[in-house]
Design a protein around this ligand. Structure first.
Ligand code: 5AD
Ligand code: SF4
Length: 352
């Protein structure tokens, strides 16, 4: 079938700035036109960030959380969850193993767990950097500016704090006791402190509209993020949202593809959440604008307990295997695994 290129896609092809109404029109493209959007996002990805895919090894070092987000399996009120914490030496050991497999970035992720003070996190970051030579991304949620500063001074390169949704009412309903304004304030602190910043949102949250998704993309542009994590919402049986409908694969891919058009230089992961709801999720995302994959390098015995959403993939696979599998997927797509640190292409490589 001959599909006519919609005017908005022509506009994107010419490299023109997309307006809110353009993003809305791309979000509501028909089935045949979607494939044109995906193709264009893939071309823009190639043109701006190349064919190489960056691997970031995630260590989920604590599943304790003081927050009670309605969508998340780690929420405070989930008493069915067996909680765990990795010690500093376990974290360093895990980081060392990941570095030996060739991973150049370690992401330290946890629930919001005040057990780890800013000073403790700073020490872990400094040791990881000194002992393994990796780049470090931190993702431990809302903290004080002082804590963020300590982490930056200890050598952390990046911070991942997803904005989750730009709808301020929805945000405070889904994240009791917190506000969208508080989240944005922190994202600006992180920028000011010199982190490469990652934000991002879930797709398919109950009450979310196309307008909200367009605003999510526009917010990413306004923040000029170095990374954006975009994944589907997946209902978890031990949360208040257990009976909600989850996010769709297609909509998630569309948001990802439009984000690539709007932010051509941003790192976009093929999220584990997407791969968990579709067996080809990673491959599809990598062909719709994504250029990052985040293999789980958490010691296998803890993985089952870090189910922020159900049916998370790679729960039993040894780290060596996951990294090999992911590298194969990348090669099968005719792409390569990047060997550098994968700092934001907005900065020059090699200035660790
Ligand atoms: N489905 C999908 N993603 C989720 N997250 C938390 N709960 C869910 C869920 N049920 C995401 C949030 C958070 C990250 C750690 O995981 O975006 O930032
Ligand atoms: Fe805690 Fe983050 Fe889950 Fe919210 S989304 S309950 S802050 S781990």
């Amino acid at each position: 079938m001959n599909v006519v290129m919609p005017e908005t896609l022509n506009k994107a092809t010419r490299g023109e700035n997309l307006l809110r109404e353009d993003i809305l029109s791309l979000l509501s493209l028909g089935k045949e036109e979607d494939s044109l959007l995906f193709k264009l996002a893939d071309q823009v990805r190639y043109q701006y960030v190349g064919d190489e895919v960056h691997l970031r090894g995630i260590i989920e070092f604590s599943n304790y959380c003081v927050k009670n987000c309605l969508y998340c399996g780690l929420r405070r009120d989930n008493q069915k969850l067996d909680r765990y914490r990795l010690s500093e030496s376990e974290i360093i050991k895990t980081g060392n193993q990941a570095a030996k497999l060739g991973l150049k970035t370690i992401v330290l992720q946890s629930g919001e767990d005040p057990f780890y003070t800013g000073e403790m996190l700073a020490q872990i970051i400094a040791r990881l950097k000194a002992e393994t030579g990796v780049a470090v991304t931190v993702s431990v949620g809302d903290r004080s500016k002082k804590d963020y500063r300590l982490m930056k001074q200890a050598g952390a390169d990046r911070y991942l704090l997803k904005h989750e949704t730009t709808d301020a009412n929805l945000f405070s309903r889904l994240r009791p006791g917190t506000t969208f304004a508080g989240r944005i304030k922190r994202l600006y602190w992180l920028k000011e402190l010199g982190f490469q910043v990652g934000a991002g949102n879930m797709v398919g949250l109950p009450g979310q509209t196309c307008e909200t998704l367009a605003d999510d993309i526009l917010l990413l542009r306004e923040l000029d993020v170095e990374m954006a994590g975009i994944g589907p919402f997946i209902p978890h049986h031990q949360t208040p949202l257990k009976n909600c409908v989850g996010g769709e694969v297609k909509t998630t891919l569309k948001v990802l593809a439009i984000t690539r058009l709007v932010l051509p230089l941003t790192h976009l992961p093929a999220t584990t959440a997407l791969a968990s709801i579709h067996p080809q999720g990673r491959q599809m995302a990598l062909q719709c604008g994504a250029n990052v994959v985040m293999p789980n390098v958490t010691p296998v015995k803890y993985r089952e307990r870090y189910q922020i959403y159900p049916n998370k993939i790679c729960l039993t696979e040894e780290t060596t295997e996951s990294v090999a599998n992911i590298s194969n997927i990348i090669r099968q797509l005719g792409r390569g695994v990047a060997q550098d640190y994968g700092h934001s292409p907005k900065y020059k490589e090699g200035c660790e």
